[in-house]
Design a protein around this ligand. Structure first.
Ligand SMILES: [Zn+2]
Length: 195
């Protein structure tokens, strides 16, 4: 697995001051040509988040780090159709109200049969969690790899209840100065684990 890390620095108003690491490479390989460094610098962080639930959660986490001057860690999944990818986001306080957001690829797993290449569509009727990739179907949220259906082609993003709770736990860990032991795999049952 190629080591992969990208980062960005936001100012006190949550505008992107700097992006680096594998940012451009990752953007270009994942259909994000509009998100390369030169296109995003000095834009608001929230301009690059599709849904209000995710934007609110990210803003709340960064604001807490800025306020308390303590780091926050949060694990999330950002899959491509052919790969399950688990990342850790670490938000670190910086001087002058700035914050550093580092995204480390922890684990990547090729899937035997690639999923459909989904895309965001505001009018889509299927919810996908932006932080664990789960799909809302029937009465609950399901890992797309465990859904007995093809991945929907069009999705709209939000946060599933499990990830809302994980955001709250990560923020609580930052408030109390403890390490949050939770990982993104909890809630999906056995089968996925960080290596
Ligand atoms: Zn989720």
């Amino acid at each position: 697995m190629k080591f992969e890390q990208s980062f960005c620095v936001v100012d006190a108003d949550l505008r992107l001051l700097w992006v680096g690491g594998d940012w451009d490479d990752f953007a270009l390989r994942n259909g994000g040509a509009a998100c390369v460094a030169n296109a995003v610098l000095s834009t608001p962080l929230t301009a690059h988040i599709h849904d209000p639930a995710t934007a609110d959660a990210v803003v709340a986490m960064v604001r807490l780090v800025q306020e308390l001057q303590r780091p926050l860690k949060f694990d999330y999944r950002c899959d491509s159709p052919g790969e399950i990818r688990r990342f850790r986001m670490t938000i670190q306080p910086m001087r002058d109200g700035r914050a550093l957001m580092v995204h480390d690829l922890r684990d990547a797993e090729q899937v035997a049969v690639p999923m459909v290449a989904w895309r965001f569509a505001a009018q889509a009727t299927v919810n996908k969690c932006s932080m664990c990739c789960a799909i809302e179907h029937g009465t609950g949220w399901h890992d797309p790899m465990r859904l007995d259906l093809p991945h929907p082609e069009e999705v709209t993003f939000t946060l599933c209840p499990g990830c809302r709770a994980r955001v709250a736990r990560s923020m609580q860990a930052t408030r109390s100065g403890t390490e949050d032991p939770e990982t993104i795999n909890q809630g999906f049952g056995a089968g996925f684990s960080f290596s």
